[in-house]
Design a protein around this ligand. Sequence first.
Ligand SMILES: NC(=O)c1ccc[n+]([C@@H]2O[C@H](COP(=O)([O-])OP(=O)(O)OC[C@H]3O[C@@H](n4cnc5c(N)ncnc54)[C@H](OP(=O)(O)O)[C@@H]3O)[C@@H](O)[C@H]2O)c1
Length: 359
Amino acid sequence: MSIIPTLKIAGKNVGRVGYGLMQLTWADQPPSQEVSFAAMKAAVDAGANCWSSATIYGPDNANVRLIAAFLKKYPEYKEKVVLVIKGCHDQGAWLPKGGDIDFVRRELKELKEILGDKKIDVYLPARLDPNASVEKVFQNMVTLQKEGHFTAIGAGEINAESLERAAKVAPISLVENELSLFTQDEPIRKVLDWSTKNQIPYFAYSPLGHGFLAGRWKSIEDLPENSRLKSFPWFQGEAFENNVKLVERLDVIAKKKGVTTSQLALAWITQLSPYTLPIPASTKPDRVRANTESVNIKFTPEELDEINTFVANNKAVGDRYPKHLLPFLVSPSTIQGIECWLLTATTADAMNEPNRCLF
Ligand SMILES: NC(=O)c1ccc[n+]([C@@H]2O[C@H](COP(=O)([O-])OP(=O)(O)OC[C@H]3O[C@@H](n4cnc5c(N)ncnc54)[C@H](OP(=O)(O)O)[C@@H]3O)[C@@H](O)[C@H]2O)c1
């Protein structure tokens, strides 16, 4: 029995806080396997048994291989972990490929070889395929689900209009979109409303604003020299200074409540609706536990009002991704043809370094 509140994903009970594995294999300085395993174990033991992974997190399915190695070492965790994997992405061309069923089927067969008898619980296109309609992508998902490659279908980085279209052709079991005190724009709000109305879990990614809301970055020097985050608008010049000040003001609200700012940020997400489920990342077991336990923090109506008023009046400065990646975000399926190819070429150029990311 989980020690934190749960909801159901792909027919299984999962803790209301999940765990993001991206930085375990795709980071400026990825941790050792030993360090990763300790954090992964801490997550499940604390109740964060729903894991967010992707084919793209490191070369040659490194993140999924890490999970397979973990489950080999700790077979008793196989039944406990609920695996959500993003894919449908051609890493060589750096292109979403959900419209190409043969490509996706090959990808799923590779994942099966890595994971053995651990079945993927939820599989989703990480980004919409700019060369295919939403309907085509999700019809492919239905076909592949029927072939038995995974239990349930998810959607990710998608807006409410595209979600409506996807849901007409496929049963959507969760939506993985960004959501945090720093990301409150209208398309995100609409997806939150869609999730609440349809009672579909909202897997909230980067819930700590890539560490900003956890107080990790006070000065730009705190970021490792080659950090990919330095290309993100939040982390540049005056925007960075402004965003640090916002976190300092949130620190005051958190202190008054007797919690950390990370916990405030995560608890706030879990109280936005009964279907939100943040997926914070951390390489440190004690932080994983503290993050997971944040779901037990309850705000009074006055406290919630104070946080919501703060959020409404204080926007993080800067877009949430570099400019050339914005067209892939909660975007409709209308980026077609030549425009897409230009976009992709730019993206691929920017992605030559393995640490530069689209996710
Ligand atoms: N679908 C998508 O496109 C997409 C995109 C981005 C991310 N994601 C998913 O979302 C997950 C989380 O997002 P994210 O990695 O961008 O960032 P995040 O969870 O918003 O923040 C993670 C950062 O916060 C630090 N941190 C975590 N808890 C802390 C605490 N209690 N105190 C102080 N620092 C703390 C971590 O450092 P330490 O390791 O040092 O604790 C790490 O640097 C990813 O792992 C991935 O699964 C999905």
